[in-house]
Design a protein around this ligand. Structure first.
Ligand code: SF4
Ligand code: SF4
Length: 437
């Protein structure tokens, strides 16, 4: 027997050791001597602590000598990107936006919106997917531009039709809106309820900062107060809503974060997840960013689940690598990647009137042939089950330059601090909090 290659051992001061296994996405706590033996000599661990040894074998922290865990991971990746049971559909109902955040990478198309003809073709596309007996669920993400600009008049009628068709076909459908929340109001909240919607809503730090970035261009009016009111209203009025609060931070916003935690007050923690994302143009911060680590712990100590980097347990790097996936824009242009501007050079297909997609086969093949983790750096990495390597888009743009996009390299904390954060996040209970190093 041998220790799993995906064990990461981190000392919790002199008390004990946390073992995080990234493949299992689970933790155990060991005495320091047992942890040392798990690393160096599992046979001796079997003699000295037989019960612990047995439990570790049963859970997968210790595996058979001939167990090839990398091959198991490879199989998981392969099955996930070829999974016939799920279709990932991203819709871009408009590439216009009601705000003009300085860091936005997109080229806005003023006045763009779904025409009845494109809307009909999208519905025909969905109907065909729902008729496919292999497909059991349809995950619809609404992105843009701002996807809610023409919500009541154009988007909601299409989504309601999709939902009704899915119910009729006895298939699962979900709707996830990536929005600045400006268009959500008391009047249309019931429409989101009908769709069982979940959301990603962006915040740029405290009110002062947010209002400087997210303001209505015509009036200069900041959107922080209305955004906060909307987030609270959604959690109060929608029973099963989930809102991912994406907090775009830079070095100036971090000190103001406690204000935001306070402003969220007693909001239902079960309906909110907090995701911290550095504004990418402000990179280059220290590897050991004490302030960021303190803020993450402050969020968790206040009962919020926090995600940091793109390092949650999953089975592929990005859904753009999946076979059953498409991004369809307001004008019928089709893409795979939603992280680049939606211009001709990035287009990979066209939605036809009858609801089929005419793919650019060469472009599509080039992307889908990339196995994102299959390079010397990622093969050896303990984080592989959380990351799966630089995404296919990055590898298309800079082939072979894996290191530049390595998440470990861009993380603003060390491995020990990261494991402690993951542990606290998994077992959030302010009373049982493991201290920071
Ligand atoms: S940039 Fe990469 S991670 Fe982002 S959507 Fe495109 S393929 Fe996915
Ligand atoms: S990109 Fe970096 S963190 Fe991700 S799997 Fe590869 S080596 Fe690990």
């Amino acid at each position: 027997m041998k220790g799993s290659r995906y064990n990461i051992l981190v000392k919790n001061r002199d008390r004990n050791t946390i073992c995080y296994n990234t493949l299992l996405d689970s933790f155990c706590i060991l005495s320091n001597p047992d942890a040392e033996l798990l690393k160096t000599d599992v046979e001796k661990l079997a003699e000295k602590s037989p019960k612990m040894y047995e439990a570790l074998c049963e859970a997968g922290y210790i595996v058979e000598d001939d167990c090839d865990e990398l091959a198991l991971a490879a199989q998981e990746y392969d099955e996930a990107i070829n999974d016939p049971s799920t279709f990932y559909l991203t819709l871009l109902p408009s590439l216009d936006c009601n705000l003009r955040c300085w860091y936005c990478f997109e080229k806005h198309v003023v006045g763009s919106h779904l025409t009845p003809a494109v809307s009909d073709s999208i519905f025909a596309f969905v109907k065909e997917k729902l008729a496919d007996e292999n497909i059991k669920q349809l995950q619809v993400e609404l992105f843009g531009g701002e996807p809610l600009l023409y919500f009541e008049t154009e988007l909601y009628p299409l989504l309601k039709k999709i939902k009704d068709a899915a119910v009729e076909a006895e298939k699962y459908v979900s709707f996830f809106f990536v929005t600045n929340a400006v268009c959500i109001n008391e009047g249309n909240i019931p429409l989101f309820e009908e769709l069982n919607a979940s959301f990603q809503i962006s915040i740029d730090g405290s009110k002062e900062r947010h209002d400087k970035v997210k303001y209505i261009p015509e009036s200069g009016e900041g959107t922080f107060d209305s955004m906060l009111k909307t987030v609270k209203a959604l959690t109060e009025r929608l029973d099963s809503v989930y809102i991912n609060l994406r907090i775009n931070y830079d070095d100036e916003t971090l000190p103001k974060m406690p204000e935001l935690i306070e402003q969220l007050g007693d909001i239902d923690r079960n309906k909110i997840g907090v995701h911290l994302e550095r504004v990418w143009q402000t990179g280059g911060s220290p590897f050991d960013n004490e302030e960021l680590q303190a803020i993450i712990h402050q969020w968790m100590a206040n009962g919020f689940k926090v995600s940091y980097m793109n390092m949650g347990r999953r089975s592929f790097s990005c859904k753009a690598s999946a076979k059953n996936q498409a991004v369809i824009s307001w004008n019928g242009a089709v893409y795979k990647c939603s992280g680049r501007d939606f211009t001709d050079s990035h287009q990979e297909g066209q939605l036809m009137q009858d609801g089929t997609i005419k793919w650019d086969d060469e472009k599509l093949k080039k992307r889908l042939d990339i196995v994102t983790w299959d390079n010397p750096m990622c093969r050896e990495c303990k984080f592989l089950p959380l990351c799966w390597g630089p995404c296919c888009q990055k590898q298309l743009e800079t082939p072979g330059d894996f290191e530049r996009y390595c998440q470990k390299r861009n993380m603003e904390m060390g491995i020990a601090e990261f494991v402690k954060y993951k542990f606290n996040n998994a077992y959030i209970n302010p009373a049982n909090y493991i201290e920071r190093i």
